[in-house]
Write a new protein. Structure first.
Length: 424
């Protein structure tokens, strides 16, 4: 649940110092998601980008084997250069399939940009749950409701508040835990392409799966034609033909198994397109048993999914942004060495509802205190002891203490005990 942060009170001199130390960088360099960027932010992949090389090899290697060991007999089997045309079509289909793969995995799937601060609570409480209203009155802390209702084609649809992105997700939007982004019309995260499948790349994903199915069936049929030609030429049985062309036998088995997988996936997504569903909605909401508010009829559903204009990306990853040195230091430290999954968002990117916002000078003061205690212990001049504050009336709030502990973990002060006590 979101808790309204305390505003950081900065003096005019502090603001001038922060503005003076601001650094201009590209937006992709301080991107808070888990994506990987190449070519100066022009190409964006998911965190598991390496899986693309496996997918490419599973497509290209069988085609290379076919062209090297099977295509010559196919070319001789047909007259008037028909055999050469058949092999050329296969090569063109493979190139087209690889282009679709890169268009699917190397572009923004429809990421909803994060808010820099939480939205203001709405005055209208008619759509808020009674449980949430009760918690409001009991705690006295202004919170944002976890869900709110929006109307889609006359049907009330609940949208959830994302604490990571600090926004109410639009309808059909979901937060991908792998890419750490909210994606519009989220379908699923595909490990084979290493990217989320959303509104901006779904049609390329479907065309990629469909074209892969066509390639599998194409090679499967051509290999069987090659086996039949061997049986007719040598007057032998099927097993002898397989022995004469073992690559054809391997490709027949491989394409048969692959065609069942990608072919079944193609049929499933055809059903989703006709009914205007996503994979996430199909498994989570089961629209077969209730009304689908997005279903506009078969023809309109197909046109909307496959032939409508692809919206522009909401994020300009090459845009120049100004960040203060403290934020840039936090980003560089998180990129320099691996951390525990819960660490990055707690020390430098404090998640809403879990920590209070701390002013820059307070954080600097905590940092100095930790360094002071750490230096004494490293020198061995003093034993572990209670830290005494010079100001007798200075209190450390529980939130700042938790934040100091997190910061200590960042600097590997895990074996030290830092005890804050009111001044004696």
């Amino acid at each position: 649940m979101y808790r309204t942060p305390f505003p950081a009170q900065l003096s005019d001199s502090d603001r001038r110092v922060i503005d003076h130390n601001a650094t201009t960088v590209r937006a992709y360099q301080v991107w808070k998601g888990s994506n990987k960027f190449f070519l100066g932010g022009r190409v964006m992949f998911g965190p598991d980008v390496r899986s693309i090389f496996l997918t490419i090899s599973l497509i290209v290697i069988p085609v290379i084997l076919f062209c090297a060991f099977v295509s010559r007999r196919i070319v001789r089997a047909f007259e008037n250069h028909v055999g050469s045309l058949i092999v050329a079509i296969l090569i063109l289909l493979t190139i087209y399939d690889l282009i679709l793969l890169l268009l699917t995995s190397g572009r923004d799937p429809g990421i909803i940009p994060r808010n820099s601060h939480p939205p203001e609570p709405e005055e209208d409480i008619s759509t808020m749950s009674t449980d949430w209203l009760g918690s409001q009155s009991s705690s006295g802390v202004p919170n944002l409701p976890p869900t709110k209702d929006v109307v889609v084609n006359g049907v009330f649809v609940k949208v959830k508040y994302c604490h990571t992105c600090m926004l109410y997700r639009p309808p059909r939007c979901s937060h991908c835990s792998i890419c750490n982004n909210c994606v519009d019309r989220f379908d699923h995260h595909c490990p084979w392409v290493g990217q989320c499948i959303g509104k901006r790349n779904y049609r390329f994903f479907f065309m990629f799966v469909f074209s892969t199915t066509i390639i599998c069936l194409y090679v499967f049929v051509l290999c069987w034609i090659n086996i039949r030609k061997i049986m007719a030429e040598y007057h032998c049985n099927l097993w002898s033909a397989f022995t004469e062309s073992p690559v054809s036998a391997i490709l027949i088995l491989y394409t048969f198994m692959t065609a069942w997988f990608v072919g079944g996936l193609t049929v499933f997504h055809l059903y989703l397109i006709i009914t205007n569903q996503t994979t996430y909605e199909n498994f989570r909401y089961r629209y077969d048993s209730k009304r689908n508010p997005y279903n506009r009829g078969c023809i309109r559903n197909i046109f909307e999914t496959l032939f409508s204009k692809i919206p522009k990306s909401r994020s300009n990853f090459r845009e120049k942004v100004k960040v203060d040195s403290f934020s840039l230091l936090g980003s560089s430290m998180s990129l320099a060495r691996p951390m525990a999954p819960e660490m990055p968002k707690r020390s430098f990117d404090i998640e809403t509802g879990k920590r209070l916002t701390v002013a820059a000078e307070d954080f600097e003061e905590i940092h100095n205190q930790i360094d002071c205690v750490g230096g004494l212990e490293r020198c061995g001049t003093q034993p572990r002891h209670t830290f005494h504050s010079d100001a007798s009336d200075w209190d450390i709030t529980p939130d700042i203490s938790d934040l100091a502990a997190d910061f200590a973990l960042e600097h590997h002060f895990t074996d030290r005990e830092i005890v804050y006590r009111k001044g004696h």
